[in-house]
Design a protein around this ligand. Structure first.
Ligand SMILES: [Zn+2]
Ligand SMILES: [Zn+2]
Length: 281
């Protein structure tokens, strides 16, 4: 079976290594089919996505590396692109580049803009998320979380990303149920609605091990309850590591594939340069 990973960051965004170093890291770990997916520019000033003027160079460098290593590994051109809850759309900065991509990952990292242009992030610090919930949702965590999953569903429905990024990253800062109870019925309803829309849109749901690599198993996305339901619903799946450094390249990939096999899922999605197709695990 092809060893794949379609969620890989580089030093064009907040990754630590160059495109070429990440491709070499994948080759040395026996991957044969990967995608590079740096964070696409945001319309807000920040230090973790690439700036808009780096995009042309990103594509040029990808082309160069793809060619250089073409006999050893298939490398595809991707981006992880933010969906904005407030505008119900992607950044206008990225739209012109969609057609240059082999695929894209749709993710939500921003809760919204709060006082004087500061962005409240979902997956940065607990304090940043709290400021967002307080100022944008009057302190109502449930409302914010429901809005997040509605956004995920909307993004799938209207834009059909190839891959939905870390579907339940909203739980990252919810250690010890600080913001909400993940076993509450409303929470399950919220993610379930998002899954229904993903299923209808035909997007792929990723198992994302990057949070677990950096913060421990509580940050494995999706949580087991969501993953089991996605398997039941026959939503297409793929295993990605959201790698920001070579050491994370294959973190928990084999374990995740084994988990899928043991839980009734015997295929994952693979890209061939034109289409996504399912391959046996
Ligand atoms: Zn992300
Ligand atoms: Zn990522």
């Amino acid at each position: 079976m092809k060893k794949t990973n379609y969620h890989i960051h580089t030093n064009y965004c907040d990754g630590k290594n160059s495109i070429e170093e990440m491709v070499q890291a994948a080759i040395s770990r026996d991957f044969d089919n990967i995608g590079i997916s740096s964070h696409a520019p945001l319309k807000y000033q920040n230090d973790w996505t690439m700036p808009e003027n780096a995009l042309p160079q990103y594509f040029n460098e990808l082309e160069r590396v793809i060619k250089k290593y073409q006999t050893q590994i298939k490398v595809y051109k991707g981006l992880e692109i933010d969906y904005y809850l407030a505008s119900h759309d992607l950044s206008p900065l990225c739209k012109n580049y969609l057609k240059k991509l082999d695929y894209w990952i749709g993710s939500i990292h921003c809760l919204g803009v709060i006082n004087d242009g500061e962005v409240a992030y979902i997956d940065d610090t607990k304090e940043s998320l709290k400021r967002g919930i307080d100022q944008l949702y009057g302190g109502d965590s449930k409302k914010a979380v429901c809005q997040y999953y509605e956004g995920i569903g909307e993004m799938a429905e209207s834009l059909h990303p190839d891959i939905i990024g870390h579907i339940d990253i909203i739980k990252k800062n919810n250690k010890e149920s600080y913001f909400f109870d993940e076993s509450a019925e409303w929470y399950q309803t919220a993610w379930h609605h998002a899954l229904e829309k993903i299923k209808k849109a035909g997007s792929i749901l990723e198992i994302n091990t990057g949070g677990a690599f950096r913060y421990g198993m509580r940050c494995m996305y999706p949580s087991e309850a969501i993953l089991k339901e996605a398997i039941q619903m026959h939503i297409p799946l793929t295993v990605n590591t959201d790698a920001h450094c070579p050491e994370a390249m294959d973190f928990l990939i084999n374990e995740s594939l084994r988990y899928l096999s043991q839980n009734g899922q015997d295929t994952v999605m693979v890209y061939n340069g034109k289409d996504w197709f399912s391959q046996k695990i």
